[in-house]
Design a protein around this ligand. Structure first.
Ligand code: G6P
Length: 625
């Protein structure tokens, strides 16, 4: 949700910022801008549209300098337009601000400032902050930012430069992520995500909430709002930038779909001890963070083993993975599980106690609602675990323990590979608890492990059907409504398949438990309503019911696309189109059935000429409520 990048040092800031912004475009892409200080002059260029549009503007204006800030926007206050694009400046034109987040009390601050004679050029909440700094500025930009922050409510990541102090970037964070990059020879960077700066340095500091950083060629300083210095550890980025290319493919989303046989392998690599038929998740074995006294011995695993209840909080696609986790935990290891939309859990009487483990699932590790729900759970005494992809992200850092997904950077806004890795890690956790509690025998563990290890090659086999799926997509590309139905482990896949289609192709699609069709959606079925059934035959009982549901749709002239098990000859007689997936154990089927649905949504979106990697109105990392 909005991307920030800044640089101070000896090099020309413009290409560094533009390149960084391109890496952050997944965070928002309705407008972009840059502010540079050079020879005592502050220049701001900004425009509606993509970074490529900003690049043209920058070229035309021959911008250069050694200090600057850039921003790519996902609109919250004010429509996407040139004047609402960041950076925003104060009344005197000395101070430039970029912001990610929402200033919740902006309306009252705006009124107050207008009463004091301030005039605003945009409809944004951010511009208020520039004017607040202006009011407090008496030759020390750090002090002025600190004072302005005392009046600001909401969530933010800010970066500020001032032409009267042309060697300083001041940055502050509450809720929205910011990382500082420490370069060579007095070079410092700031960004919403390390992907924007890793080309320049691997040495980073993750700024914490309510921390303020000043970056200057002579060094950096981190303080709190009262100017008390804070010591922070420097961390090393271990992943490399070559993971963030399209590999010659037209879209990141396609690359990420195709990567899944590898990413599933990466999620299980080193975590299955084949000889002992044992699962090992290092992140759950180390002592919990912050826990003191007799609880010092506790680990994520010991808490899971003693948990009377598990609550999983997540948003979007991660929430669908959570639902699959619920089915796995309850069916296989008998632990009661509730799956909550993080945004709902955080604002109601979220009942947790010391016997509850709250798991947050998040690709980015920065989704504000998920983070807030986990913080609330922690405050109420629960142990929190994070299932996170982005290493070093806020959720990864703030949970007591957790498991990384190891899916590598996911850039396509619609989540694909992170989802299958989440499901895979949930399966590993289920197995781990099952084996520790002696609920799963060694022989069964062996059987499951063998099935799990086959998943990467089975995914490859499904990916090989991409052209056949494209053919089917061509038949359905002009429909405006779709229904997705599934049962059991494939009910969340129906939700996920529908979400993928609406996210990237803007076609209305709904996912439902197949049996619920007769309680409403059946009224919609006619020849214009294709229905996607996830109809694998791993569980006989469920399969028979699904077949009856298919007949009900056919009886009303609905068109049926079936995702069926390989070798199923009969389903072709009742479905208009069939895509098959190899057979696996019931709880692992989601890892396979989701793949054709990702490809189907992808092909339809491309056929409809939609911007697959940057769907309208969406953002990859949602750091506003
Ligand atoms: C956004 C993204 C989705 C993602 C959701 C949750 O809506 O577009 O793809 O599933 O956020 O994100 P998280 O990073 O917490 O998994």
């Amino acid at each position: 949700m909005c991307g920030i990048v800044g640089y101070v040092g000896k090099k020309n800031v413009v290409p560094i910022v533009l390149e960084g912004l391109k890496k952050l475009e997944y965070r928002g892409y309705d407008s972009a801008g840059i502010a540079v200080i050079d020879k005592g002059k502050l220049s701001v260029l900004k425009c509606k549209g993509r970074i490529a549009d900003l690049e043209k503007l920058v070229k035309k204006n021959h911008l250069s300098g050694n200090i600057g800030l850039g921003h790519t926007r996902w609109a919250t206050h004010g429509d996407p337009s040139d004047r609402n694009a960041h950076p925003h400046t104060d009344g005197s034109g000395k101070i430039a601000v970029v912001h990610n987040g929402i200033i919740e009390n902006y309306a009252s601050l705006r009124k107050l400032l207008i009463a004091k004679g301030h005039q605003f050029k945009s409809d944004t909440d951010t511009e208020i902050f520039a004017h607040l700094i202006e009011r407090f500025y008496k030759g020390d930009i750090l002090k002025a930012v600190q004072k302005a922050l005392t009046l600001t409510e909401g969530a933010y990541a800010f970066a500020v430069i001032c032409k009267d102090e042309p060697d300083k970037i001041v940055a502050a964070r509450l809720g929205s992520p910011l990382v500082i990059g420490i370069g060579n020879n007095g070079e410092y960077l700031i960004a919403s995500d390390p992907v924007a700066i890793v080309k320049h340095t691997r040495k980073v500091i993750y700024l914490g909430d309510k921390e303020i950083a000043v970056l200057q060629p002579s060094g950096y300083r981190i303080t709190n709002i009262d100017n008390v210095e804070i010591e922070k550890e420097t961390e090393e980025i271990t992943w490399s930038l070559d993971k963030i290319t399209k590999n010659g493919l037209p879209h990141y989303m396609l690359k990420e779909i195709l990567e899944q046989s590898q990413t599933i392998y990466d999620a299980i690599r080193g975590r299955i001890l084949k000889k002992e038929a044992k699962i090992k998740l290092g992140g759950l074995e180390s002592p919990l963070k912050w826990v003191t006294g007799k609880d010092k011995q506790k680990t994520g695993l010991s808490c899971l083993l003693n948990a009377k209840r598990i609550i999983i909080v997540a948003c979007g696609t991660s929430w669908h993975a959570a639902l699959i986790g619920e089915y796995m935990f309850e069916n296989i290891i008998g632990i009661p599980v509730d799956v909550e939309y993080a945004s709902e859990a955080r604002y109601r009487n979220f009942i947790v106690d010391g016997d509850t483990v709250v798991i947050g699932i998040s690709q980015s590790g920065e989704t504000l609602d998920t983070l807030a729900a986990l913080r609330e759970a922690k405050k109420r005494g629960a142990i929190t675990l994070g299932l996170v992809n982005a290493v070093g992200s806020t959720i990864a850092r703030e949970t007591h323990a957790g498991v990384y997904l190891h899916a590598g950077p996911e850039i396509g806004v619609a989540s694909t590979k992170a989802f299958t890795s989440q499901v895979c890690v949930l399966a590993l956790i289920t197995l781990l608890i099952g084996q520790e509690k002696h609920l799963i025998t060694k022989t069964k563990t062996n059987r499951i492990v063998r099935s799990l290890l086959k998943i990467p090659s089975q995914i490859k086999e499904i990916l090989g059907q991409s052209d056949a799926i494209l053919k089917i997509a061509k038949q359905y590309v002009n429909f405006n409504n779709f229904l997705y139905l599934g049962r059991g482990y494939n009910f969340p896949i129906a939700l996920e398949g529908a979400l993928k289609l609406k996210e990237i192709s803007y076609i209305h699609a709904e996912g439902y438990p197949a049996a619920e069709m007769k309680h409403g959606p059946i009224a919609l079925i006619d020849k214009n309503m294709p229905v996607v059934f996830i109809a694998t035959d791993t569980e006989d009982q469920i399969y028979k019911k699904i077949i009856s549901n298919i007949e009900e749709v056919r009886a009303r002239k609905g068109q049926v696309i079936a995702i069926a098990s390989k070798g199923n000859k009969s389903i072709g007689e009742i479905a208009d189109s069939v895509i098959t997936v190899p057979k696996t154990m019931d709880f692992l089927t989601p890892l396979l059935t989701v793949i054709p649905l990702q490809l189907f949504a992808y092909h339809i979106a491309v056929l409809r000429k939609c911007d697959v990697d940057k769907p309208r109105n969406l953002a990859k990392s949602v750091t506003v409520e």
